[in-house]
Design a protein around this ligand. Structure first.
Ligand SMILES: [Fe+2]
Ligand SMILES: [Fe+2]
Length: 167
């Protein structure tokens, strides 16, 4: 399951990297738009589980964490928007359709196999952090991008911890 996660992630990244060559902020915006969807999906499933009387011991901690993460991802998205990341119709069109699919994939995945759903998002966060690190290496210092990079690393650590809680 974990290698399947990595396989699909690498494939998607290769497609995005190819189609967004030289358009960094548009690529970052699409990535941020998609990468935040799992947190909404996790929250939706946790809410639903709660309503069904299936609240586990770490339920509240996970809810708080995913809410924090999703708010933090909105901050990232707003920065990319301030840089013109969502200026073009085609980018918005691609992102909104991908996110619709990705949200529901995560709802089902998290319901059936939370540990592996966390692992997929963990890999996405690691990819995001390395994408921003590469950008900084190529374009020099940028305080906001560095801050976002550190946020993604923090998210990946939190997801690693969440994997243990549900595993
Ligand atoms: Fe982000
Ligand atoms: Fe993140």
């Amino acid at each position: 399951m974990k290698s399947l996660n990595v396989f699909f992630l690498n494939l998607t990244v290769q497609i995005l990297d190819f189609s967004y060559k030289g358009r960094d902020y548009q690529r970052f915006w699409v990535l941020e738009e998609i990468a935040r969807a799992p947190y909404f999906a996790f929250l939706s499933v946790l809410h639903f589980r709660e309503s069904m009387g299936l609240r586990g011991t770490d339920h509240l901690q996970l809810m708080r964490q995913h809410f924090e993460q999703s708010a933090n991802e909105t901050d990232h998205l707003e920065y990319m928007e301030s840089k013109g990341g969502n200026l073009y119709f085609i980018d918005r069109f691609v992102a909104k359709h991908l996110v619709l699919i990705y949200y529901w994939v995560n709802v089902v995945y998290y319901w059936l196999a939370p540990k592996f759903a966390y692992h997929l998002t963990y890999e996405v966060e690691i990819h995001a952090a390395s994408t921003y690190a590469k950008y900084l290496a190529e374009h020099g210092p940028n305080e906001k991008i560095l801050e976002i990079l550190n946020d993604e690393l923090e998210h990946s650590r939190e997801l690693q911890n969440a994997m243990q809680l549900v595993g």
